[in-house]
Design a protein around this ligand. Structure first.
Ligand code: ADP
Ligand code: GLC
Length: 471
């Protein structure tokens, strides 16, 4: 089966968060199941694209209002990713260093989608399935069905995966003329709450909708940033499929970003070497339990309560805390300021650092995830694979992947996004740490859990097959 994933992010080309990890791994696992799965994304102008060769396989032209954009489809020549990677190159618009965050992001998303569709319309060997990820590619299902220029794409099934329903990519109607011509009787399929809403449109028009965990699917019926009713309405064509992880890339035995590699058999010495590096680099006391947080510093991740959690933990326990993240400037500032106050017990790296994140998964004793919203969460699965015990709020994918030690599980869970609840979990974690025999048993248990994409990649393929049969 020929599957094409459309996404704005894909690891290792360009990553902002878990979307990139998913799109960079799922196609490879699908190919191991004898499919031809590939990815199309923008040609971002970053170190990856600068250091790799691409060949032009298609050239096209499109308009955006009165502006004309020439674009090309450039295919990565190396086969190392385990799937074919196609990129849309347009000068001035897509070839920027960052993935998002520009004033003209709306225009960038629309141009990308129009270019993808133009290319697909004009190639002979079309994919059997188009898999769209998040709102950036959310207009594709509508345009494939009702866009006048894309007649030849009508019968190809589309899937939307919602990685995060908070972000919907709303576009005001004064930009309607940016879209290709379409059957105006169908304009309602673009609309939600008085504007063009690409995520809502994809929920309406895709043949199937998936979320990245079963619990998130249920939660969205109640809280989906305004899309609750729509998601309830489309419940019958929706399913939650738990994300997997790239177990080859995220493997403590071979991970080249670690100070020392380890496996199940030498996890104590291996993890100690990584913790030693972290503690020396960031002036933390290696003899104390180390709690870490890795992630975007936003409300969804519970970042606003982190400063208080740090203060409480340092004042009332013997633990050390380390933070890696960037986001809300106010939280970044608070996390920076606490460094002076708690030198030796707390430190933070404000920014994005892929290599450091790997060392933390391998060196911290516990990973904190006090998320308000967590559609799936990959961090807890990386932590499990590296033998770091997750301390999580029971929400979304965290609920589906972490079982509390009190329930014969392997993690520490709480229900509320409250400083008190998190701190209570931290105390329970410290009790576990103090019982080294139990703690080591749990570490061995978590490293054995298989969260690789094997199972879910098959679930997606089964879903695609069910749609192809409907054609
Ligand atoms: P989300 O996509 O909501 O940010 P996920 O848990 O799905 O959350 O994935 C986050 C991914 O981004 C993980 O690979 C995590 O290690 C990585 N990550 C997040 N913040 C940082 C950071 N500051 N530095 C390095 N890696 C980070
Ligand atoms: C989103 C979600 C995160 C999920 C990731 C990959 O960014 O916030 O929970 O793990 O997508 O699906």
């Amino acid at each position: 089966m020929k599957i094409l994933h459309t996404s704005f992010e894909c690891y290792p080309i360009a990553k902002v968060g878990g979307l990139a990890d998913v799109v960079g791994a799922l196609p490879r696992y699908q190919n191991e199941l004898e499919n031809q799965s590939s990815v199309i994304m923008p040609y971002h102008d970053n170190s990856f694209t600068q250091q790799h060769n691409f060949k032009v396989i298609y050239k096209g032209k499109l308009t955006l209002g009165s502006l004309v954009y020439e674009f090309s489809v450039r295919q990565l020549t190396s086969k190392d990713l385990g799937f074919d990677l196609y990129t849309i190159h347009t000068g001035r618009l897509l070839d920027r260093q960052n993935v998002y965050g520009y004033k003209d992001d709306t225009e960038r998303f629309i141009v990308f989608q129009k270019a993808v569709l133009d290319w697909l319309q004009n190639i002979e060997e079309k994919p059997d399935i188009i898999h769209c990820h998040d709102h950036h590619t959310g207009l594709i299902p509508f345009l494939m069905t009702h866009g006048e220029p894309y007649e030849s794409l009508r019968s190809i099934p589309t899937i939307l995966t919602i990685h995060n329903a908070q972000y919907q990519g709303q576009i005001s109607y004064d930009k309607l003329h940016y879209l290709p011509s379409f059957d105006k009787n169908k304009i309602g399929l673009l609309d939600w709450s008085g504007c063009i809403n690409p995520l809502a449109s994809a929920i309406k028009c895709a043949w199937k909708v998936t979320t990245v965990s079963p619990s998130y699917m249920k939660e969205l019926q109640v809280r989906a940033n305004g899309l609750e009713n729509l998601l309830s309405q489309e419940k019958n064509k929706s399913v939650g499929i738990l994300n997997g992880i790239d177990a080859e890339h995220w493997n403590p035995k071979t991970d080249s970003m670690l100070v020392k590699n380890y496996s199940f058999n030498n996890l104590i010495t291996g993890r100690k070497a990584n913790k030693k590096w972290l503690c020396e680099e960031y002036e933390l006391d290696i003899n104390r339990p180390l709690f870490a947080f890795i992630g975007r510093l936003v409300g969804e991740k519970g970042a606003d309560i982190l400063p208080e959690i740090i203060t409480e933990t340092i004042n009332n326990t013997n633990a050390c805390v380390f933070m890696l993240g960037s986001g809300d400037p106010a939280v970044e500032k608070q996390l920076e300021e606490l460094k002076k106050q708690f030198q030796g017990r707390y430190n933070a790296h404000i920014g994005y650092d892929e290599e450091l994140s790997h060392k933390i998964y391998a060196g911290a004793d516990f990973l904190l995830m006090p998320s308000r919203v967590e559609p799936c969460g990959l961090n807890q699965m990386y932590a499990l694979r590296y033998g770091t015990v997750p301390v999580v709020r029971r929400v979304g994918g965290l609920k589906d992947t972490v079982v509390d030690i009190g329930d014969n599980g392997f993690g520490i869970c709480h229900d509320q996004v409250l400083v008190w609840d998190v701190c209570y979990s931290i105390k329970r974690a410290i009790n576990l740490y103090n019982d080294q025999e139990h703690y080591k048993k749990i570490q061995k248990k978590i490293m054995k859990i298989d969260h690789s994409w094997n199972r879910s990649a098959q679930e997606y393929v089964d879903l695609y097959n069910s749609l192809i049969q409907l054609k």
